[in-house]
Design a protein. Structure first.
Length: 428
C-alpha cells in the first residue's frame, strides 16, 4: 500500500510538470475515476485521479460530506488533498468553478477513538481534587447502579456519586468538586451545595439552561438542581425512579422505573406524574433526540427502542428481544447484553453503555455506537472483556460501564463503575 501511494505521488508530480498551466474547460465533463487510499483518518493524504481538473489550486474545491479538504497540488488529471478531521465516510466531490463531479466510490473515514481517565483512581471512597486525586464511590456496594453522568453547554461534567450520596462536578480542567449533597450524610433535604441531601442519586439529565434533574430511588423523588447548586424536590415518583430525560422540544421532564413492569412518566408542573408508556421490561437509560423522539435501552429485553413523539409508538431499532450477546451489525442483527446507559449527540447518533447487570462478567463491557437513522451498531470503545486500560478503540478496557454522556463537541464521558473512574473518549 505504501509503495502504491508513493508511486501515485510520483505520477502526480510528474503530471503536474506535464500539465503546467492547464486550464479547466468550463462546461465540459469532469470525472473522478478513482482515489487512493480508499480509507484513512484525519490528516491522510489522498490522491484523486480523474479528468478536466486544473493546475490552479485556488479554483479547485474538494469536499466530503461538506467538509473541505486542503489542496496540496493539482494537475489536469490529478488532485492531491488532505482529509480533514471528523469528516466521516462519504463520496468525494470535486468542483472547479461552477462545474463539479462526484466519485462513485465512498471514502471510508477511520475514526481514532482515544480513551483516557478523566478523574478517579480506582479506589472506592471520597475525595475532591484534580484527576486521579479525586475519589468516587460507584461500587462500594455491588448492587449500586448509578448511570448518572451529563455534560452542560459550558463543558462541565456532572456525575451521580451514589455511594457518597451527592452530585460531583468536573470542570474543564479536570477538577472534581461536590456540587450538591452531603457525602457524609444520606437523607432527603432541599438546599444549596452541602445543605442538600440525597439517598441514592442514580441518574442525571441536563437542560439547555444548565439545570440538572436527578432521580433518587432511595427517596422516590425527582430533584432539580439550579446552576448555583440549589436542589429542590420537583415531585414524588409514581414508581421507584431510576432514569430521567428532558424533552428539548417541550422542556418536560420524564422518568422511568427499572422493573419488569417499568413505566415511563411525565413530571407535570404541579409535581404530579402522568404515565405515557407502560409495561417495559426493565427500561434503563433514556434520552430524547432533537426532534422529541424518545430512545430507551430496555435492559432485560436486550434491545434499544424508539418511541415516536406524541404517539409513543414503539419501534425496536437495534438488538433482538430476548437474545443477549455482543454482536455488531445493522439494527436487529446486533446484540446487546443488558444495555444500560444511553445518550444521543447533536447528529442523532446514539451511544450505549453495556454491562447493565453491573458485573465484570457481563458479555458487553463497551460503549456501543448506533448511527442515527441507519441504526447500524458498532463498537465505539472497549470490548466484551472487563478490565482497565487507557488505549485506542477496542484496545481500551472498562469494567461495568454504566453511564455515558456526550458534550456539544462530541466528546464522550463514561461512568466506569468497577474502576471507580470517569473516563473520556475523544474521537478524531
Amino acid at each position: 500500500m505504501i509503495r502504491y501511494i508513493i508511486a501515485g505521488c510520483l505520477i502526480f508530480f510528474t503530471a503536474c510538470k506535464k500539465d503546467n498551466g492547464f486550464t479547466h474547460s468550463a462546461g465540459s465533463p469532469m470525472s473522478v475515476d478513482h482515489f487512493t487510499p480508499e480509507q484513512g483518518g484525519g490528516g491522510t493524504s489522498i490522491l484523486i485521479t480523474g479528468s478536466n481538473f486544473s493546475t490552479d489550486t485556488a479554483a479547485i474545491s474538494v469536499t466530503i460530506n461538506g467538509h473541505k479538504l486542503a489542496i496540496v497540488g493539482a494537475s489536469a488529471t490529478q488532485v492531491m488533498a488532505v482529509i480533514p478531521s471528523k469528516c466521516g465516510a462519504g463520496n468525494i466531490v470535486v468542483k472547479v468553478g461552477s462545474d463539479s463531479t462526484v466519485s462513485a466510490d465512498i471514502f471510508n473515514y477511520v475514526f481514532t477513538r482515544k480513551v483516557t481517565s478523566l478523574a478517579g483512581n480506582g479506589t472506592a471512597g471520597f475525595s475532591n481534587g484534580q484527576g486521579s486525586d479525586a475519589i468516587f464511590n460507584f461500587n462500594g456496594e455491588s448492587w449500586y447502579r448509578s448511570k448518572g453522568i451529563a455534560a452542560d453547554d459550558n463543558l462541565n461534567v456532572y456525575v451521580a456519586d451514589v455511594g457518597n450520596h451527592c452530585i460531583r462536578k468536573i470542570d474543564t480542567a479536570g477538577n472534581v468538586s461536590t456540587f450538591a449533597g452531603n457525602p457524609n450524610a444520606a437523607g432527603n433535604a432541599d438546599g444549596q451545595g452541602l445543605a442538600a441531601q440525597f439517598s441514592l442519586p442514580y441518574d442525571i439529565a441536563v437542560d439547555a439552561q444548565g439545570y440538572l434533574y436527578i432521580t433518587d430511588p432511595g427517596n422516590w423523588n425527582i430533584r432539580k438542581i439550579a446552576p448555583d447548586g440549589t436542589a429542590v424536590v420537583m415531585g414524588g415518583a409514581s414508581q421507584e425512579p431510576w432514569s430521567v430525560a428532558v424533552d428539548p422540544t417541550t422542556g418536560f421532564v420524564y422518568y422511568s422505573n427499572f422493573s419488569n413492569s417499568g413505566n415511563v412518566y411525565r413530571m407535570d408542573t404541579d409535581g404530579s406524574s402522568t404515565m405515557v408508556i407502560q409495561g417495559l421490561n426493565k427500561p434503563a437509560g433514556m434520552h430524547f433526540d432533537k426532534d422529541g423522539n424518545l430512545f430507551i435501552a430496555i435492559g432485560d429485553d436486550h434491545v434499544i427502542k424508539r418511541f415516536e413523539k406524541n404517539t409513543w409508538a414503539a419501534t425496536t431499532i437495534a438488538g433482538q428481544t430476548g437474545t443477549p450477546g455482543y454482536v455488531n451489525g445493522a439494527g436487529t442483527d446486533a446484540r446487546f447484553a443488558n444495555p444500560f446507559g444511553l445518550t444521543i449527540d447533536a447528529s442523532s447518533n446514539i451511544y450505549i453503555a453495556g454491562a447493565g447487570d453491573g458485573s465484570a462478567s457481563n458479555a458487553d463491557q463497551s460503549i456501543r455506537f448506533i448511527a442515527g437513522g441507519s441504526w447500524v451498531v458498532s463498537t465505539y470503545a472497549g470490548s466484551g472483556s472487563a478490565g482497565y486500560a487507557d488505549a485506542i478503540g477496542e484496545a481500551a478496557a472498562f469494567s461495568a460501564p454504566l453511564g455515558v454522556a456526550v458534550d456539544k463537541n462530541g466528546v464522550v464521558y463514561v461512568l466506569d463503575k468497577n474502576n471507580n473512574r470517569v473516563r473520556k473518549i475523544v474521537s478524531q
